[in-house]
Design a protein around this ligand. Structure first.
Ligand code: SAM
Ligand code: SF4
Length: 477
């Protein structure tokens, strides 16, 4: 059992590769805690500040806390917890869309089969090399490859594209971690993809509510709720122990979806002894031919609150926010617990080389809101005292899954993650940053060093930084 999880009894017992969602149970937990008192909310916040994983009941208390004073307290606690656990690091990555052929009919997605206006593109080897070269030239080290669901994008195809990406080395650039966002596979397929050396495999359930799920997934294999919800169990069975879950906010009641996410976390902890590596909670964005259901639109106010609640509920899980959100929202929720963001994102197929001035929904999956370049994102992070990190050390040293959980304790982050963030930032500053960013970045690194309490570690980091300045690369703890 994971050291952080208090097992709970649910009506549907957790078994490998079986659906575990009981909608009535989730609703009854939400309804039983619908009017929490101030004392109850504060008691839950204290649980969380003691770094305990919250139960579904405790999470429901926070989800139902509407008093602005209490919401502020929830956000303040999330800020504190984030600082204590994650320090100032923010991990940066970029998405790379490999192909948008799709046999599914997800009503919200521009790639759906019925969107005949969509231009269909699949990157060939040369295209991938060109895109990855452009991404490396901007400073990226971590990518997530994104695929529509189509017989052509089978496990062999995915594995092959991963290998192509890892083989692209341009100047000092290289991609050191490739994550995947693609359809659920069978166990054998997941094994093939694992062997190509991936980091995390992400599959978003989109909505945990079956009726809504069937309403928005009208045809194709994605319509099978059980196949999807058990997808990452099969990934685990295949040995992929870094998995990413997610919900698409705006399809159904957001409180229910957050409870679904946490129920999913609990399922992994019981069955596989380790929670998901990351959680994503994208808000629905406009897509070609798609109308939002006004009832379920998640306001900025609710969105920022729910990010804080997820942070409090699962203190040790990475939280991902993407360029779907505006720069303002991103800056706010970074404080409450988001640990990874994308930078310089382009979700158009071949978009990193064929840049267009205007977004064009007939060529994209949906609209993005943050159009800053990677360097702009980095500069703004540095201005706000965050350390942009391109670190990929853990999975390369086998610190994944259950082993990662053992390590992801506060001392570990100070000893390893913080220095690795500084080292990868220094690489970026040497190889890609314009002079102004370079000066600011090194000032931040110096300020951090000045704060180090451990003299030995400080000396060791200084020595490694000197090596990077003299041209050595890829040094990590
Ligand atoms: N085809 C695979 C799948 O559906 O799982 C992976 C790629 S799909 C393009 C990645 C994710 O994009 C989906 O899981 C969904 O959550 C998200 N997405 C789709 N349409 C969106 C929209 N209009 N706004 C925000 N996110 C969207
Ligand atoms: Fe296809 Fe994924 Fe878009 Fe659905 S969300 S239409 S499966 S690419």
């Amino acid at each position: 059992m994971s050291m952080f999880y208090k097992p709970q009894q649910y009506k549907i017992a957790d078994r490998a590769m079986e659906n575990f969602i009981d909608e009535d149970e989730i609703w009854s937990i939400l309804n039983d805690n619908s009017k929490p008192t101030k004392e109850e909310v504060r008691a839950v916040i204290q649980q969380s500040l003691a770094k305990n994983r919250l139960t579904l009941q405790e999470t429901a208390v926070l989800l139902n806390a509407d008093d602005p004073e209490l919401v502020e307290e929830i956000k303040a606690a999330a800020r504190l917890l984030k600082q204590r656990i994650y320090g100032k690091r923010i991990v940066l990555f970029a998405p790379l869309y490999i192909g948008n052929l799709c046999t599914n009919d997800c009503s919200y997605c521009g790639f759906r089969i019925t969107n005949i206006k969509q231009e269909r593109v699949t990157l060939n080897k040369k295209d991938i090399v060109e895109q990855v070269t452009a991404l490396e030239d901007s400073g990226h080290k971590r990518l997530i490859l994104v695929y529509g669901e189509h017989p052509r994008y089978n496990a062999d195809f995915i594995a092959e594209s991963v290998k192509v990406v890892y083989d692209v080395k341009h100047k000092n650039g290289e991609i050191r971690r490739v994550n995947i966002n693609a359809a659920p596979l069978g166990i054998e397929g997941f094994k093939t993809v694992k062997d190509s050396g991936i980091g995390t495999y992400q599959i978003f359930q989109e909505t945990y509510h079956t009726e809504t799920y069937l309403k928005v997934h009208k045809s194709g294999s994605k319509r099978n709720y059980d196949w999807r919800i058990t997808g990452l169990d099969r990934a685990q069975e295949a040995g992929i122990d870094d998995v990413g879950i997610g919900t698409l906010l705006g399809l159904y009641d957001w409180r229910f979806e957050i409870m679904g996410l946490l129920r999913h976390v609990n399922h992994f902890e019981v069955v596989y002894n380790v929670g998901p590596h990351t959680i994503s909670f994208p808000r629905l964005q406009p897509a070609s031919g798609f109308e939002l259901d006004e009832r379920y639109v998640v306001s900025d106010e609710d969105f920022t609150k729910l990010v804080a609640i997820i942070r409090l509920a699962v203190p040790y899980t990475g939280l991902i926010l993407t360029a779907r959100e505006s720069a303002e929202i991103r800056d706010e929720v970074l404080q409450y617990g988001v640990s990874q963001i994308d930078g310089g994102t382009n979700i158009e197929l071949k978009g990193y080389t064929d840049k267009k001035d205007e977004q064009d929904l007939d060529h994209e999956q949906f609209e993005i809101s943050d159009n800053r370049t990677l360097n702009e994102v980095i500069e703004e992070l540095v201005n706000s005292d965050y350390i942009p990190s391109f670190c990929t050390a853990c999975y390369r040293l086998g610190r994944t899954g259950e082993h990662f959980m053992e390590f992801s304790v506060p001392g570990f982050i100070k000893r390893y993650c913080q220095p690795n963030a500084m080292l990868t930032l220094a690489e970026y500053l040497e190889d890609y940053a314009p002079p102004a960013t370079k000066a600011k970045g090194y000032k931040l690194i110096d300020d951090e060093l000045a704060d180090f309490k451990d003299a030995e570690l400080k000396k060791s980091v200084e020595a490694r930084l000197a090596k990077i300045r003299s041209g050595k690369r890829d040094i990590y703890y």
